[in-house]
Write a protein that binds this ligand. Structure first.
Ligand code: ADP
Ligand code: MG
Length: 340
């Protein structure tokens, strides 16, 4: 008898869930990304117990049809990718078609969704990835997903979660990053019944910068105006050199609207402050890079927070020059135009 066999779809989902769903914040991140991809202008996140027992994300995006919604929870089911060519130029935040399958395999889910113009909406209830209820429902236009009891069926994974307060902090970070990269969307985060973060969605970057960095730090910021170089655009807000911090926790980098961890952009930002900032202090800020989709690969890691640039030097230079110019302009020093 053969000892090699294919894993059951549920077991495959559980394993894949380990890569996509690490903690409540990863659930929040995936669901917020879906809401953004759905064209929402208002996204409200509500959590209880650090998002472990209750996490609700309501959007006013395009919604799903009664036919599509159940398919969305299947593995590798996506509306965002069709051909191999599409993979080379991903314009949406999601594309792997894994998030809903992975999240639903380790939680209890209620989905409410209605497309614009549709007379009725749909309610689905899922437990451990299985659809338990599928019924017509009155609901507002858009999609609301309620996720309960993360890891209830995988207690071993539950043990790795931290205190509610810490998990709630990670979720706040996810909402802040989404808000910074989408000033045109009004975000609200409600924690245990209290609103703890919000943005106005009016489209000005300074609004989420203010919400994220706070009044005092924002007052010490310099705008990095849109700077084009090497076929890419860099912009953002960074602190004045005297307002350096003892760590890098307030450095946020974005590539094509996606929050990323980028050592390259970090190095370029810090190089721009060389000689201007005290040793041992680090700049803070939000730095945005936009470049052709084909020049960057986001398909490096399931969580999509790492990116691979096809060429690193032009990226470093573009970020460095834009930030350096902004700092120099602030110092009334001559603007730096070229760097060989
Ligand atoms: P991906 O985002 O990679 O496509 P997901 O599993 O996150 O994979 O979602 C599967 C599909 O479900 C999406 O491609 C999209 O068509 C649909 N979907 C998910 N969330 C929403 C939402 N909030 N609004 C509208 N459609 C959604
Ligand atoms: Mg997704």
């Amino acid at each position: 008898m053969a000892i090699i066999h294919e894993l059951s779809p549920h077991l495959a989902d559980l394993i894949a869930a380990g890569e996509v769903v690490e903690r409540p914040a990863s659930v929040a991140k995936e669901l917020i990304e879906n809401a953004i991809d759905a064209g929402s202008t208002r996204i409200t996140v509500e959590i209880e117990s650090g998002g472990i027992t209750y996490l609700r994300i309501a959007d006013n995006g395009c919604g799903m049809s009664a036919e599509d919604a159940p398919i969305a929870f299947r593995r590798h089911a996506t509306s965002k990718l069709r051909t191999e060519e599409d993979l080379a130029a991903i314009g949406t935040l999601g594309f792997r078609g894994e998030a809903l399958a992975a999240i639903s395999s380790v939680t209890r889910i209620d989905l409410f969704t209605r497309q614009g113009g549709a007379l009725a909406g749909l309610h689905l209830h899922l437990e451990a990835g299985e659809i338990q209820a599928n019924e017509e429902a009155g609901c507002p236009e858009g999609t609301t997903i309620v996720v309960r009891d993360l890891f209830y069926n995988t207690p071993a994974r539950m043990k790795f979660l931290k205190k509610d307060f810490t998990e709630a902090g990670y979720i706040l970070g996810v909402v802040q990053h989404a808000a910074l990269s989408h000033p045109e969307i009004a975000f609200t985060l409600i924690r245990d019944g209290k609103q703890v973060f919000s943005t106005d969605g009016k489209g000005k970057l300074l609004a989420p910068v203010f919400s994220v960095f706070g009044k005092e730090m924002t007052a010490n910021m310099i705008e990095v105006p849109k700077t084009e170089r090497n076929g890419m655009t860099v912009y953002g807000y960074i602190v004045k050199p005297h307002a350096g911090r003892p760590n890098r926790s307030m450095q946020h980098f974005f590539v094509n609207g996606r929050y990323v961890k980028s050592r390259l952009m970090q190095a370029a930002l810090e190089e721009a402050y060389r000689n201007a900032i005290i040793t041992g202090k680090y700049p803070s800020g939000a730095v945005f890079l936009e470049l052709p989709l084909a020049a960057v690969d986001v398909n490096v890691h399931p969580a999509k927070t790492e990116v691979k640039f096809s060429q690193e030097k032009p990226v470093f230079e573009a970020v460095y020059i834009a930030c350096k110019n902004a700092i120099s302009a602030n110092d009334n020093m001559p603007r730096l135009e070229h760097r060989e």
